[in-house]
Design a protein around this ligand. Structure first.
Ligand code: 7RM
Length: 632
């Protein structure tokens, strides 16, 4: 099996070995999986193109490794344990045998509906077991899944369907979230009507059973799988064949489809899952993320199933029926490893300790955090009220593009420190550079976080536009992957992630491009131009502050603000709604016409004391107006 590090000396030795000879290290890890043909070469790479191949020439199917491989040893063990939105409804569970059969049935249903290797299948679904089953069914037959978070709007969904020319969309009828019942199928219908011509079939999973409008291309999931055989040969995939596309935001207006491939992603997600969570047989592991994000792909579905774990999937929200739900579920299912986001921790912390203190959390061994920097107050609360000062917190730093956890403490093995993601995983070679690309040497220093050597689950391309991948990640600094994050290395070599240094904001752990939000705001008929920046927000980490120039004077500001928020909800989704909207007659611009966001960020954070040199602006007089109109 995949190596599991057990003590500090072993971490240090393993890390050193992984750096001295990465190929030998990863080859050793890869040996423990089922391959139908061994690789010819462990690694070929050129960051300048970029062109990276792991386990080149190797043949495998990731679902054989997630499912078939476990049948003889743990066929009757629970693979997926599903907790419904409504605590009074029944829990569902799938053993490895049952999951294998369900995935095969669905894989056969996909084939019967003309889905072949290389086709793209879009998922727009709530957190139900069928989402995991559908994703694995695609992987079974070599179809490429593209999961779109079900909180995105119809137009955002349509953009993603069109970008990947998806052949099929799979959705549910409705999404039960807290007290809401969201009409998922109706949103898909609206998206399809926006010119998604590549879609031949919409497959609908009956979830709540409420009425839906039915179209010619629609088919019911339960009818399509009904007669299908519970066995389906796994398509033989090349190690570098595409496994999935996942859209993520960058500093431009258009989200990009991050592409991951089969072999390297498999090896890395399994390795990191086992080590970061110190998973042992019989443990019950719960990650609260949504499968619509990379965390759900790597650490609800693939990593845990590859490791033969029991992985919990939760349909609901942390505050329903009340702010104790997470802890109630931990108690109910005797959770051993719990992995969530700082924004959830902060929101629950704000509701009061009575919600957490009444539950028995004594089964927990490791608690984790991901998605954004966790501030000291939230870290301390998590440590005290959830960990009871007894168990380690793993603050894990990684990205959609990295595919798996890159910087993290190893629980019980390396030390932990609030705000610090701490140490690189074996195989991860970090570097800090300054804005000119000079290497920042030594400790107790800050810089831009880059990675100098390939790791198995790294991004391979951006779907349909390889140049964009090169430009975004591999062109800022020669022969390095640039993360877009700034970081500090403390005196002992631990890393603290400070945050994005590009025009990306992180709202409740959701990555968003400021340009994307601006484009959406600009769709309002009275908006001429806008500029969006992040500002510190107690619960969300960052909030969205929008400066807006209007064509005509606004008489009813409250109405205008609502309209702007509605437009953004329609174009992207509610997660991108600006928290604060300030109307202004202009934006601070440099002589070359670039918005000076530094000034806007300072004003938005409530700090107008030292705005730096504004004399080089084209319109320095605007700064006074913006300061006076600040809404903080
Ligand atoms: C897994 C995920 C990636 C961005 C990344 C960072 C921020 C993520 C942490 C963090 C500080 C962390 N993928 N980020 N984890 N910042 N500490 N532990 O979140 O593609 O959606 O976002 O999130 O800025 O670049 S993501």
């Amino acid at each position: 099996m995949t190596q599991q590090i057990t003590n500090l000396a072993e971490y240090k030795e393993t890390y050193q070995r992984s750096i001295d000879n990465p190929e030998a290290f990863w080859e050793e890890q890869a040996e423990s999986f089922s391959w139908s043909k061994k690789w010819d070469k462990v690694l070929e790479w050129d960051f300048r193109k970029p062109d990276v191949k792991w386990f080149a020439g190797g043949k495998l199917n990731i679902t054989e490794n997630c499912l078939d491989r476990h049948l003889s040893s743990r066929g009757d063990q629970v693979a997926i344990l599903w907790e419904p939105n409504d605590p009074d409804n029944d829990v569902q569970s799938y053993t490895y045998k049952e999951l294998h059969a369900a995935v095969c049935k669905m894989a056969n249903a996909l084939k019967a509906n003309n889905i072949k290797k290389g086709d793209r299948v879009c998922f727009y679904m709530p957190m139900v077991p069928e989402l995991a089953i559908g994703v694995l069914a695609c992987a079974r037959i070599g179809a490429i899944h593209s999961v779109v978070f079900a909180g995105f709007s119809a137009s955002a969904l349509a953009d993603r369907i069109k970008d990947a020319s998806c052949n099929m969309v799979i959705c549910s009828d409705y999404n039960a979230r807290g007290t809401k019942n969201i009409p998922v199928k109706a949103i898909v219908d609206e998206a399809i009507s926006m010119g998604c011509d590549s879609v031949e079939t919409v497959l609908v999973h009956r979830n709540t059973g409420d009425d839906v409008v039915w179209n010619d291309i629609d088919k019911w999931w339960h009818e399509e799988i009904y007669d299908q055989s519970p066995s389906c040969p796994a398509e033989v995939m090349d190690s570098e064949d595409m496994l999935f596309i996942l859209y993520t935001s960058g500093s431009t207006g258009k989200p990009k489809g991050v592409v991951h491939s089969c072999g390297g992603y498999m090896v890395y997600t399994c390795y990191t899952f086992k080590n970061v969570f110190q998973y042992s047989d019989g443990d019950i592991y719960w990650c609260t993320a949504d499968i619509g994000w990379i965390t759900g792909h790597s650490y609800i579905v693939y990593g845990p199933l590859l490791a033969g774990a029991t992985t919990v999937m939760f349909e609901g929200v942390p505050t329903y029926p009340d702010a104790g739900r997470f802890w109630e579920v931990c108690d109910k299912h005797k959770i051993n490893q719990f992995y969530t986001a700082p924004t959830a921790i902060r929101a629950l912390m704000a509701r009061g300790n009575q919600y957490v203190d009444k539950y028995d959390l004594s089964t927990l061994k490791v608690i984790g955090s991901v998605g954004e920097p966790i501030n000291e107050e939230a870290w301390n609360w998590y440590n005290e009220h959830v960990g009871k000062f007894k168990i380690p917190i793993v603050d894990t730093w990684w990205q959609t593009e990295t595919g798996g956890i890159m910087i993290t403490p190893l629980p019980g093995i390396t030390d932990t420190k609030p705000c610090y993601a701490s140490y690189p995983m074996p195989g991860v070679q970090l570097i800090l550079v300054d804005s000119e690309g000079n290497i920042v040497e030594g400790n107790d220093k800050e810089g831009l976080l880059c990675i100098t050597f390939p790791w198995p689950s790294m991004i391979r391309t951006t779907y349909g536009d390889h140049e964009r991948c090169r430009q975004t990640y591999f062109s800022s600094f020669d022969n390095m992957y640039f993360t877009g994050d700034g970081a500090r290395r403390d005196k002992d070599g631990r890393y603290r992630i400070i945050g994005r240094v590009d025009d990306v904001i992180n709202v409740s752990g959701h990555r968003m491009g400021t340009a994307e939000v601006e484009n959406a705001i600009n769709e309002h008929e009275n908006v001429v131009e806008s500029a969006v920046v992040g500002y510190p927000h107690d619960i969300k980490g960052q909030g969205i502050y929008a400066y807006v120039i209007t064509q005509n004077p606004v008489s009813d500001e409250e109405k205008f603000q609502k309209e702007v928020r509605d437009v953004v909800t329609k174009v992207i989704g509610p997660i991108a709604k600006p928290d604060i909207i300030q109307i202004t007659s202009g934006l601070p611009k440099t002589r070359s016409g670039k918005i000076m966001r530094r000034i806007l960020r300072k004003v938005a954070s409530g700090d107008v004391s030292n705005l730096g040199d504004t004399s080089t602006l084209l319109n320095p007089e605007i700064v006074e107006e913006i300061k006076n109109g600040a809404k903080v």
